[in-house]
Design a protein around this ligand. Structure first.
Ligand SMILES: [Fe+2]
Length: 325
C-alpha cells in the first residue's frame, strides 16, 4: 500500500498539544516508527501560534489544559478559513460521552481516549493525513484556477484587478442581504473566477479597442460557458458555477447564455452582474475614462428598471456603496 508520506511533498507535520510533557514524549515514542516531523505545545495559546506559523498537517490535542482549553483551541481552528482543513484528533482521559460529543461539536475530526492503543493511534493518524493530502491537492487545483484568472486580466491594463473588485462588491451585496458566511464565500470565489472563460477568447478580439462586430460579439459571449467548462470538473467549485455561467444574464431574459429571466437567474449571478457593471463603469477603458463612483451609482439607480439587473439588488448596492464612502 502507498505510504501516506508519498502523498505529501514534505514529511507530514504532526503537532502534539498537551500540558504534561511526559504525555507528549509518550505519543512521540508510540509514533517513532512513522516518518513524521513533530512539534509540541504545552498550552492553548502556544498551540494556536504554532498552528499558524508551523502549519501542521495534523494536530493531536489534549482537551484539559490550563488557560485556553482544547475545546477552545479546536473551535478556533475549525472556525478559521486558513486552518479549518487541518485534521484534529482530540486525546483525553475523559470517558464521558458528553465530552466526546462536545469535542465533535467543536469540529474535532476524531477522538481517542487514554490510554490508547499504539496501532490505533498510528492508523487514525494515517487515515486523517490521507484526507489532509486530498484537501491540499484540491486547494492547489483551486489556486491554479485563481492564478489563471488573475493572469488573464493582468495582460490587459484596463481589466487588471477587475475580478477582485467584482468579488469585493459582490460580497458586500451578499453581506447586505444577510446571506450566510458560506454563501458570501461562494459568491466571492465565483466572482474571482467569473471571467476565467476569457482564456478561450481570441486575444485580438478580447483586447480590440473599437466596437466589436456581431460575429466577434458572439465569440465573446461564449466566455461564461467556456469558464463553466473549465471550472465544473472541480467539485469544490460547484456552488460558484452559477456566477461563472450566468453573470451575463439579464433580468428581462435577454441576456446570455441561458436567457434566464428574473428570479430564475441564480441570486449569486444577479449580484455579480450588478457588481460587474459597476466596475466596468468606474474603470478606464481605451476609449473612455472611468466614472467617479457617485456618477456610476446615479446611473445604476436611474436605470435599475431597464431590465438589465434585479432592481432590488441595485437599490441595495447603491445604499451599501453610499454608506461605505
Ligand atoms: Fe464576463
Amino acid at each position: 500500500m502507498l505510504s501516506v508520506n508519498n502523498l505529501f511533498s514534505h514529511k507530514p507535520r504532526v503537532l502534539i498539544v498537551d500540558d504534561i510533557p511526559t504525555n507528549i514524549d509518550l505519543i512521540r515514542m508510540q509514533l517513532h516508527s512513522a516518518d513524521y516531523t513533530f512539534e509540541s505545545a504545552n498550552n492553548g495559546i502556544d498551540a494556536l501560534e504554532k498552528v499558524r506559523s508551523w502549519k501542521p498537517d495534523l494536530i493531536l490535542l489534549d482537551l484539559m489544559m490550563p488557560g485556553i482549553s482544547g475545546y477552545e483551541v479546536c473551535k478556533t481552528i475549525k472556525n478559521d478559513k486558513e486552518m479549518r482543513f487541518i485534521p484534529v484528533i482530540v486525546i483525553t482521559a475523559l470517558q464521558e460521552i458528553d465530552d466526546k460529543l462536545k469535542a465533535i461539536d467543536m469540529g474535532a475530526d476524531d477522538f481517542l481516549i487514554k490510554p490508547f492503543n499504539k496501532v490505533e493511534l498510528a492508523t487514525r493518524i494515517r487515515s486523517l493525513l490521507r484526507l489532509k493530502a486530498l484537501y491540499d491537492d484540491l486547494d492547489t487545483s483551486e489556486n491554479i484556477l485563481f492564478s489563471l484568472a488573475k493572469a488573464i486580466e493582468a495582460k490587459d491594463p484596463y481589466t487588471r484587478g477587475h475580478s477582485e473588485r467584482v468579488a469585493r462588491y459582490s460580497r458586500m451585496i451578499a453581506k447586505g442581504l444577510s446571506l450566510t458566511e458560506h454563501e458570501q464565500e461562494h459568491i466571492w470565489r465565483g466572482a474571482l473566477l467569473h471571467d476565467i472563460g476569457k482564456i478561450g477568447i481570441v486575444e485580438t478580439i478580447l483586447h480590440k479597442a473599437g466596437p466589436l462586430n456581431e460575429e466577434e460579439m458572439e465569440h465573446v459571449r461564449q466566455h461564461p460557458i467556456k469558464g463553466y467548462d473549465i471550472c465544473s470538473p472541480l467539485k469544490s467549485l460547484a456552488p460558484c458555477l452559477c456566477v461563472i455561467k450566468n453573470h451575463h444574464e439579464r433580468f428581462d431574459g435577454c441576456g446570455h447564455p441561458d436567457k434566464l429571466e428574473c428570479e430564475h437567474i441564480p441570486l449569486m449571478a444577479r449580484i455579480a452582474s450588478v457588481a460587474d457593471a459597476f466596475d466596468a463603469m468606474t474603470t478606464n477603458r481605451p476609449y473612455r475614462q472611468g466614472m467617479v463612483f457617485e456618477q456610476a451609482l446615479q446611473i445604476l439607480d436611474r436605470e435599475k428598471e431597464t431590465g438589465q439587473w434585479d432592481p432590488r439588488l441595485v437599490t441595495e448596492f447603491v445604499k451599501i456603496m453610499r454608506n461605505a464612502v
